[in-house]
Design a protein around this ligand. Structure first.
Ligand code: DAH
Length: 341
């Protein structure tokens, strides 16, 4: 057998095998098969004894050349495979910078808070200041000083959470009137938003905890016309220029005369619909001229000064403004609801 031909065959075989090797392990296997101590080239060299001494150097040279060549091919193929592995890894670990990041959701103001702020801004624009009072009030500030003496039937109108004979959870923001008049001489122009409590059953329009804003203006020559003008301006600022206002005679112990204020329905604009019980009007606040007795009790001379007051439900105004039909939504803090505002 011609050893040269043998080497040629080995070369062809090796080239083919190396080109087809698809892993570093496979390459190592091939290296052993062709170049190893018991490999195919060594096999050829072992047969040198069978050939003539003249031929030996030629075969030896050719065998060495083949070894060199195969080593080079092996190295090159190794590089190629390493490159494939590197690319594969880069692909696997690739970061898609176009993917949206983890959302960091920003907090936002609760609808009640938004409306409260809006109302505060309106009254600040009219020269009012913001006042606050405690939620735990005295019976005196909540009732007595507002012309609601003990056993007065008006106390039945409000289901009060009493703490003891003396303290209670305020049932309205009106005691802030009393506190302000005790501290401040007229002229007074305040708006007092805050949380109030009544022992009501919870339903779509009642919550034992809710929000009101109280208004009080006291100065010389304050008339019912000032009350009407102020309320009208406020209503138009909150509900829109084309919203109409209606004053209806009413009764509150702390005002005389008293009036309830309706606005033209925010849904049907006065046509009549389910929201306004087909009247075209929605009640939004109570108001009146401060009762002379209330002024007197606060040490303000009713002969010299007069004033008006009003109280509104902030929950109701928020609900009307945003079309919310259940007050409980304002207190459950369901993120899906709150994120709409
Ligand atoms: N305090 C009343 C209530 O809770 C609302 C109110 C009516 C306040 C007339 C006033 C007022 O200041 O003048 O129902």
């Amino acid at each position: 057998m011609d050893l040269l031909e043998n080497l040629k065959k080995i070369e062809e075989e090796a080239e083919l095998a190396l080109a087809g090797a698809d892993s570093l392990e496979k390459l190592e296997e091939l290296r052993i098969v062709f170049l190893g101590k018991k490999g195919k080239i060594t096999d050829v060299l072992k047969q040198m004894g069978k050939i003539s001494p003249e031929e030996r150097p030629v075969i030896g040279q050719e065998a060495n050349k083949l070894k060199d060549r195969l080593n080079k091919l092996l190295g090159a193929r190794k590089e190629e495979l390493a490159d494939v592995v590197r690319k594969q890894r880069l692909e696997e670990e690739r970061i898609d910078i176009t993917l949206p990041g983890t959302e960091v959701s920003a907090g936002r103001a609760h609808p009640l808070r938004r409306v409260t702020r809006e109302i505060e801004e309106i009254f600040i624009g009219l020269g009012f200041t913001i006042e606050e009072g405690p939620e735990i009030e005295t019976d005196y500030n909540n009732f007595e000083a507002l012309n609601v003496p003990k056993y007065h039937p008006a106390r039945d109108l409000q289901d009060t959470f009493y703490i003891d004979d003396h303290y209670l959870l305020r049932t309205h923001t009106s005691p802030v009137q009393v506190r302000t008049m005790a501290r401040q001489k007229p002229p007074i122009r305040i708006i007092a938003p805050g949380r109030v409590y009544r022992s009501d059953e919870i339903d779509a329009s009642h919550s034992p905890v809710f929000y009101q804003a109280e208004g009080l203006v006291i100065d010389k020559n304050i008339s019912f016309a000032d009350l009407k003008g102020t309320i009208q301006l406020f209503v138009q600022a909150v509900f829109g220029e084309d919203t109409r206002t209606r004053f209806r005679p009413s009764y509150f112990p702390f005002t005389e005369p008293s009036a309830e204020v309706d606005i033209s329905c925010v849904i049907c604009r006065g046509e009549g619909c389910r929201l306004c019980s087909h009247t075209g009007w929605l009640e939004i606040l109570g108001s009146g001229m401060v009762h002379p007795r209330v002024l007197e009790m606060a040490g303000i001379d009713p002969e010299e000064y007069s004033g008006f007051a009003f109280g509104m439900g902030l929950d109701r105004i928020t609900m009307l403004k945003y079309g919310i039909n259940d007050i409980r939504l304002l207190y459950e803090n369901d993120q899906r609801f709150l994120h709409q505002f």
